[in-house]
Design a protein around this ligand. Sequence first.
Ligand SMILES: [Zn+2]
Length: 350
Amino acid sequence: MSQLPEVPATSGDLATFVAGLPKAELHVHHVGSASPRIVAELAARHPDSPVPKDPERLAEYFTFRDFAHFIEVYVSVVSLVQTPEDVRLLTYEVARDMARQQIRYAELTVTPYSFGLRGIPDEGIVEAIEDARVAAARDLGVELRWCFDIPGELGPPAGEGTVRLALEQQPAGLVSFGLGGPEAGWPRALFKPYFDEAIAAGLHSVPHAGESTGPETVWDALTSLRAERIGHGVNAARDPELLAHLAREGVPLEVCPTSNVATGSVPSLAEHPLPRLVEAGVFVTVNTDDPPMFGTDLNREYLVAAELLGLDAAGVAGLARNAVTASFLDPAGKAKLVAEIDAYLAAWVG
Ligand SMILES: [Zn+2]
């Protein structure tokens, strides 16, 4: 969008450090991760779609005029995902883009209900993402896990459909249950029955809250949906009592700085509440949300966070460790990835 923040003027050295740093990502949407390269491949499979096919015109197509235009482009990308093979291609290619950034582990937010509405059968969706997950681990060294999220704007039927699909299909990589879409007019508590079912089945609760509405939505997510991590949660910064609660309970926030500016949740990067969250002792992780759509990637978000928080290489490595700690990876996987981060830092500082 037009007011997208500039890449921060961090030292080139730190950019090199971040580019090579082994990382984990906890808040990134499946369809929202489709880069122009991936969209071009999908568009080539569906020549009748309005999405341009050549990369140059696509780059133009991905230059958002405003938020409404962003939604329009997002919907047109969703419309390119018509078959299980499209789902597989998208998932595997997203992992390829992650591997290039040294992302070793990602919890990808998938919205299977939207694919279902487009006529892709549940088994087809699950087979496709699982096939891509196995291939990404084998070929690219990227471990993927799934957060199945409810498209909140479609209301309780979407909650019912998403939990049904999760519990009937039980994909091996599924670790958590989420809730996205607009917050205003859609109280988190409306989705309590579906979260109760998902939690009872062993899934972790990670709803979006406090992105486009205030702290009350974060409280709602904590009490009604028993949130273990909060998607965004940045507006918690307006409520000292909530900040103290999040810090005391160690509830991690999945902070996505550039996304917040692009969607207008935060007026500018300079005014981003990340430093206030950290000062209050809240456990923060840094993420991308919909990276190509917001003109960013995880490396860039780490540099943005380094700028906001005044971090050096060791501080940035701490952010990478936070993401691993707050993830739903098994203990052995966490220990291995933290050791990799520590070894990389040790080699860097000499
Ligand atoms: Zn999100």
